[in-house]
Structures are given as C-alpha cells and as structure tokens.
Design a protein around this ligand. Structure first.
Ligand SMILES: NC(=O)C1=CN([C@@H]2O[C@H](COP(=O)(O)OP(=O)(O)OC[C@H]3O[C@@H](n4cnc5c(N)ncnc54)[C@H](O)[C@@H]3O)[C@@H](O)[C@H]2O)C=CC1
Ligand SMILES: O=C(O)CCC(=O)C(=O)O
Length: 528
C-alpha cells in the first residue's frame, strides 16, 4: 500500500496525533520538537504538513517541501503562510477556522478584566513579595464602559456578547458584515472608525493583512481618550508596537492586554518591561478543549487531503466549490477534458486560451476558464498542474486568456467552446451535457460531431473523396489496431474530418503513415 507522509511541524493535541498514527495509509512524522532548520530536511518528504503559528510557511519552507500537496494551518490566522508561494506550487492551504474561537474569546475577556483590576501585579505582590497592601490596587469596572470592537467575526462578535453580559456599551467597526449582525445583538454598528477611537476599551479581532497592519498607530492613539485600555489577542502589529510602547510609557494608554507580538517568541520585547501591560505568550488558542478539537480536525483534514478526497476550508482555491451548482460540475469536467484533448492536437507552445459559453453556464465562465487552463497545461505538466496553480503557470508562460458570453443560438441548452491558439494554429472544440451528466463533444474545428470525450482518438482531416476511409481501415487493420468507433463529419469545402476511436495507442511513426495516405490533409492523435 502506498503511504502518504504527513509531517506535524508544531505541537498539537495527542488525539490528533493518535488519528495519524493509527491510519494505515499514513506515514506519520512528528517534527514539533526539532528546530526550524532541521525541519527543512524533514519537510522534503511531506505530502501534507500540519503547522501552527510557530512555523512560518515561507519561501525557505516551501522550497524545501518539494513533495508538498497540502498544508493544514491548525488554527485561524494564516498570515504566516505564503499563500501566493503555495498557489504557484499548486499546494492547497487550509485552516481550521472555528475550533479555537471560544478559547480566544475567553482569553480576550481575561485580558480585559486583568487590565481593569491589574490582576497579575496584585497577584505578584501578595504571592511573590508577601505584601498585603489593598490600597495599591484600586481597579476599574467593565460595567458601563464603552467597548470598541474592531472586527466582528467569530471571535469579535462573541466578545461583544460577553461584554453585553457585563453591561458594557458595545460598538463595533467591521465594514465587511451586515450591520444587523451587530444590531441584532444590541451592539452599535459604525462605519466611522473615529467612533471606535472614542471608547474606554478597544479590542481588535481582524486578520492580519495589508489593510489591518498598523491599523492603530500614533495618529489613532492621539485621538483616543486619555487612559484608554487596549487589548490585542489577534496578531502582533495590528497595533503599531512602537506607538503602543510610547503611549503606554507616557500613560496616554492606561493599560494594554497583549497576547500576540509582531515577532514571536517575544522573550525580550520592550513591552515586557512596562508595568502597565498584561501579557501572555500567544495563548489565545491554548485551552485543552480547543486544542483537542483543532488537532482532531487538522488530522482528519490532513488525511483527506493527502488522499485527494477533500480540502476542507481551503484558502487558496480560485473557485468556491460550495457556490457551484450541481448542473455546472459536468460542464467543468467536460471543459477540462476538451482542453486536454485540444492541446494534444498540435505539439507547440500555447499562446492563448479562449472560452465561450452560451446558456446558463455562461455565469461560470471564470471557473470554466480555470479548468480549461488545467486541461491544456496538463498535456505537458501532468499531475503537477492543478486548479490552484494553473493560472499562475499559464501567466508565467505568457499565455493570454479571454472569455466571452455567446447569445443563445446553437439549439443546445448550454454549450462551452474552447479555442486554443498555439504557435502553429487555432484548435477549437465545443461540448455540451445531455440529461444532467452525459458529456459530449459537439464540434471539433467547426465540424459537427456527437462523441463522448473518452479514449484513444485519431483525428484525420481529408479531402472528401471515395476510398479514404477504406485505406485508413486497412492500414490500421494491417497493424492489428482495432477500431472501436468511427465518426465522420463532412465540411462545406469538399473536406471531411474523421474521429477514429482505437483500442491501442498510436505512436508517431504510425501517425505519420496515416498522414501519408492519399487525400489525407492532416492527422493528429489524442488520449483522454
Ligand atoms: N491569539 C490567538 O491565539 C488567536 C488569534 N486569532 C486571530 O484572530 C483573528 C480573528 O479570528 P476570527 O474572529 O476567527 O476570524 P473571522 O474571519 O471570523 O473574523 C474576522 C473579522 O474581521 C473583519 N475584518 C477584516 N478586515 C477588517 C478591517 N479592515 N476592519 C475591520 N474589520 C475587518 C472581517 O470582516 C471579519 O468579520 C484571526 O485572523 C487570527 O489572526 C484567532 C484565534 C486564536
Ligand atoms: O496556532 C496557534 O497556536 C495560535 C492560534 C492562532 O493564533 C490562530 O488560530 O490564529
């Protein structure tokens, strides 16, 4: 039995590890305790890798992981995964999005309470210093305070719910949600970021990306109330760390509760020296409950993706499969097959790929183009080409793309046409699907056909004169090649195109011989 190598790069709960260990077709490699340089050697054999935030999936990692087909980020944020690098290599990246939500929400509330009551400092004074000095620890209440939540997704909205139960006045800024998601919970929704800056406590729960890095800097802090409290249990760098440090030092920011740092591990970060910061070492997801859920999901998803069965929560697929209606799927398959066939017809560099569609299917032209590209490039690229990397590879080769909607005129309810322009010629092929899943090629180079896209096919263009079919049949018979089907389409210019299905592979020598039959114009061969 061939085994899939799954490398676990970071610590995950043992229930996930046990699933991997006990799966027969998995070669499980535990690499969480080795350093990240040694990991580069181990990762070269991986079909699938499981990582957490301690492993950067960067150029070094990806260049070493030459076998990698999928990567599971065992958590939510994937800012430490080079998504473009994965896509270019055809690696499907997935995360495990909701398994640690509650853990992160509760840590946020803990930091909020901790900042308000200066809990760690009060704790240390009694426990470490053995001093009983109650007058040092007058804190503040959450009750009645105005809480600003930036990012009202899985974590942000649950922080909002919990804050409401503390009878806080909650407002959120998240331009990517419907306002009712907030207002239905009794939370004020704003599109004016300054409303957030006017709060007593601000917490951020967005992903880290170009738009959110340094979202809070000197300028924003200057607009805040004196004595504001800031919480960050999302990602280091969403609050500019220099601005955070300077304003904590000056007292403009009274307290900050910080779980995440721009560079981790952060054992000598300047923020650690300040008396008005409560810190944790990126523990947002660290509850036993959440780690167990994440590890089980990550292990199951790793196995499914290693087997090529499913890619749950894939992040870099060009197509959201859940949004593709079932009637479209056979067209996608047919498009890939037709492009694969068409690109075999002359062996020269592809210059452009055009996809035209008529009927309801024209709504899905982008997906059809992606799959046409996969089909066309697979002729040379084989299994290395998939729908994650196909467009990247094509762009690198300088291939141009075009899509167009065609008015309904063919009589088919839906029809897809692909034109592949190569250095030598333009190959055109069109197809449709009957009765939901019966795929048919209905045109090849403007000749009408009705043929299943399957098998070993000789395409012969010839002058439409008597004797040609007989001569081809005889030649193939003499070479013991069995003909399983023969379709002929006649053109307007006394020419014809035959598709001859055969049981055996046709080599280039035999193809040349067929091409030299009298009245043959051109001949090509393809397999699907
Ligand atoms: N400290 C830790 O251990 C953990 C940290 N996280 C971090 O928390 C982040 C949020 O996690 P979830 O709530 O599960 O993600 P989510 O995807 O459910 O929510 C993110 C929200 O941010 C909003 N958003 C995006 N860009 C925005 C912008 N420019 N301004 C305002 N809102 C914006 C989105 O619309 C979305 O509603 C993750 O991306 C991850 O980085 C998540 C889990 C654990
Ligand atoms: O990977 C981890 O351990 C931290 C969790 C986290 O930051 C996330 O899920 O985004």
């Amino acid at each position: 039995m061939s085994k899939h190598t799954i490398v676990v790069c970071d610590h995950i709960h043992e229930d996930g590890l046990n699933i991997l260990k006990n799966t027969e077709d998995v070669n499980y490699v535990y690499a969480a305790d080795i350093d990240k340089v040694a990991l580069l050697d181990v990762i070269k054999d991986a079909d699938v890798a499981i990582t957490r935030s301690s492993t950067d999936v960067d150029e070094k990692f990806l260049s070493a992981a030459t076998n990698l087909k999928a990567i599971i980020r065992a958590g939510v944020g994937y800012d430490n995964v080079d998504m473009e690098g994965c896509s270019k290599r055809g690696i499907i990246a997935m995360n495990v999005p909701t398994a640690n939500t509650i853990a992160a929400v509760e840590l946020t509330m803990a930091h909020m309470l901790s900042c308000m009551r200066k809990f760690p400092y009060a704790h240390n004074q009694l426990k470490q210093d053995r001093i009983w000095k109650r007058e040092d620890w007058y804190g503040n209440e959450l009750f009645g305070k105005k809480l600003g939540i930036i990012g009202f997704g899985n974590i942000g909205h649950r922080v909002g719910l919990r804050a409401k139960s503390f009878e806080m006045d909650v407002i959120t800024y998240d331009p990517y949600i419907p306002s009712t998601k907030a207002t239905d919970l009794g939370v004020t929704y704003t599109t004016n970021f300054d409303d957030i800056l006017d709060c007593d406590i601000i917490t951020i729960h967005t992903p880290k990306n170009q738009e959110t890095i340094d979202m809070i800097g000197e300028e924003e802090i200057a607009k805040m109330k004196d004595g504001v409290v800031l919480i960050n249990c999302a990602r280091g760098g969403l609050y500019n760390e220099d601005a955070l440090y300077n304003n904590l030092k000056s007292g403009k920011i009274k307290m900050a509760g910080i779980d995440v740092f721009k560079k981790e591990p952060a054992t000598d970060h300047p923020l650690l020296d300040l008396p008005n910061v409560t810190v944790t070492a990126h523990l947002g997801a660290n509850t036993k409950e959440s780690q167990k859920k994440i590890a089980i999901q990550a292990a199951e998803n790793a196995i499914e993706s290693a087997r090529g069965i499913a890619y749950p929560h894939a992040l870099n697929l060009p197509i959201d499969e859940s949004k593709i209606p079932s009637f479209v799927k056979p067209y996608i398959e047919l498009t890939q097959k037709m492009a694969f066939l068409s690109a075999q017809l002359d062996k020269s560099a592809i210059r452009s790929i055009t996809v035209k569609a008529e009927g309801e299917i024209k709504e899905y032209l982008d997906s059809l183009l992606t799959f046409a590209t996969v089909g066309a490039l697979s002729v040379v690229g084989g299994d290395e080409v998939n729908y994650v990397n196909a467009m990247f590879i094509a762009e690198e080769k300088g291939i141009k793309f075009e899509t167009s909607e065609v008015e309904h005129c063919s009589g088919y309810s839906n029809k897809v046409e692909i034109r592949i322009t190569t250095e030598k010629r333009v190959n055109s092929i069109a197809g449709t699907v009957f009765d939901d899943d019966v795929q048919r090629i209905v045109e090849l180079d403007s000749f009408d056909f009705d043929i299943e896209p399957k098998g070993k096919m000789i395409m012969m263009r010839n002058n439409d004169v008597p004797g040609v079919i007989g001569n081809v049949g005889k030649l193939l018979g003499d070479r013991s090649i069995n003909i399983s089907d023969f379709r002929l389409a006649r053109g307007k210019n006394k020419d014809a195109l035959a598709i001859i299905l055969v049981d055996d592979t046709i080599n280039s020598k035999l193809l040349e011989e067929i091409g030299s039959i009298q009245d043959a114009i051109s001949v090509s061969y393809a397999e699907i």
